[in-house]
Design a protein around this ligand. Structure first.
Ligand code: FMN
Length: 175
């Protein structure tokens, strides 16, 4: 059966890049809600929906509290919005699969941001100091695990794509 015409989803998957320089323009609430809802609609094992999002807008003083806790502090400061992504351990059923669900939620948010003309980057390194970040955000009582932060803004760069050819990924040649 012939393949359907590639949708804009596939075009967005190819064109999305990690954006680390932002213009300073504000991200509107409508666009932000669209990004967060894209995260909400990610798949999860048993549909347990373990992810929780904390949204830090530009003027939120908590941004400055967590910025020194990552080597990507300038990204936290410069992004118009930072979404901290957690797993709610009270909703957890399987550590690996909950983290996979969080990855799916983050990728959905990155793709949604790209499709709206925004730029975003996944900041996994901030989880090196997960407990310090959780304390700085006054979330220590909530039984959360920090997975990553997503920095979002309007892009001020167009990075060059870099991927190995498909043969690198395939364990066998396609027959
Ligand atoms: C699990 C994970 C963690 C990442 N952590 C960081 C990070 O801490 N800082 C950063 O600048 N980029 C981070 N990235 C973004 C990658 O560097 C980026 O996706 C990769 O270089 C490919 O570039 P592209 O997204 O533009 O295609 C992370 C990506 C993933 C999937």
């Amino acid at each position: 059966m012939p393949c359907k015409t590639a949708t804009s989803t596939i075009a967005d998957i190819h064109a999305r890049r990690s954006i680390r320089r932002f213009t300073g323009q504000s991200v509107g609430d409508e666009a932000l809600l669209a990004v967060l809802n894209a995260g909400r609609w990610a798949p999860s094992g048993l549909n347990n929906q373990p992810c929780r999002f904390l949204v830090l807008k530009q003027t939120d003083p908590r941004k400055e509290k967590i910025a020194p806790l990552t080597k990507y502090s300038s990204l936290i400061r410069d992004a118009n919005v930072v979404v901290a992504v957690f797993i709610d351990e009270n909703a957890s059923y399987h550590e690996l699969r909950d983290h996979q669900a969080a990855g799916a939620a983050i990728q959905n948010m990155l793709l949604a941001a790209h499709s709206l003309g925004l730029g975003a980057v996944w900041i996994g390194q901030i989880a090196n100091r997960a407990n310090d970040v959780i304390k700085a955000l006054d979330l220590a009582e909530k039984n959360l695990t920090l997975v990553a932060a997503v920095a979002i803004g309007y892009p001020a760069e167009s990075p060059t794509p870099d991927r190995h050819p498909l043969e690198h990924f395939l364990l066998e040649t396609l027959s």
